[in-house]
Every structure is written in C-alpha cells, then in structure tokens.
Design a protein around this ligand. Sequence first.
Ligand code: SF4
Length: 165
Amino acid sequence: MDFETKKPPKSSRLIILRDIKSLDGTKDNGENERHLKGLFHELQLALYARAWEIANPGDRVIGVGATQVGNQTQQYLEVDPEFSDMCSNMQVGIVGNDTHGHYRLPGDFKDETSNPFRAWMRERITTAMRVIESAQSGNIHPEPSNLCKYCPIIDACPSAKRGGW
Ligand code: SF4
C-alpha cells in the first residue's frame, strides 16, 4: 500500500472510483461539501480503494470521489499527485488535491517523499481498523436516529429509536 512518489510500483491498470451521492436539491449549494465529507469524515472511499487493489492485483487506484447528484451532477475527484495533471487534462472530473497538504506516511515530514494520497488511504484504513478493534472490545456508542429503522441490528440494540419519539 505504501510507496514514495518517486518510486511508484508498476501498474497494469489505473483506476478511478466514484461514489454517487444524491443531494437534496434545496441543500445543493454547488459546493463540494459531500465530497469532502467522504474524504475526511468517512472511511468508505479509502476502504473501497484498497479493497479494489486487493481484489484486482496489479491495479492502482489513482482517484476517488463523490459524484454529487443534486441540482446539477458534479463529479468531484481526489487524485494521486502523480496523476493530477493527467486527470485534469483528460477532464475525468473536478480534480482536487485536498489530501496533499494534510497527509504523510507515518514518520515522514512535510517535505519528504510520501505520496499523500497513499498516506490518506493508510490513515483512513488505520482508523477503520481501530474502530473495529474498539467495537470488538465492547466500546460501542450507539447514535439513535431516524435511520435506526434501516439498521440490521435494530432488534438487538437497546438504544434503537423506535416509534415517533
Ligand atoms: S439501531 Fe442501534 S446500532 Fe442501529 S443505528 Fe440505531 S442506535 Fe445505531
């Protein structure tokens, strides 16, 4: 998973993953907030990216993002810095570099050769693993909401929101 920007592995295919997210039209202000939430608050995009690479050996995921479908359809992408220019030229979406200033591999500093997109992926997956380990050790913090009715463990959850309270 980890490699430096100047020493990338050979790849058989370059992959971009899009996660389609619908927006309530009245809340669609044309900004990339849903996309940024996927990058910085959620874990799915990084998990999808690494899962794809593991399931398809030789493939390298170079971009992920939310395609926001609201008043307009906006194809936001966060792209590996090695491919930013190429993706911009190919017009594969609205190319961003929001992870590039924030992530380095463990032990690296700002000006070292970490690939920040790969470092982002590592950090999100590390967080997912910590969540799993914490849940397995009994640390579970239910957050009841109107979405409980869709939850697969509602019958076993003492905190589930039921009815109209
Ligand atoms: S039923 Fe329990 S675990 Fe499921 S969403 Fe609601 S609070 Fe969370």
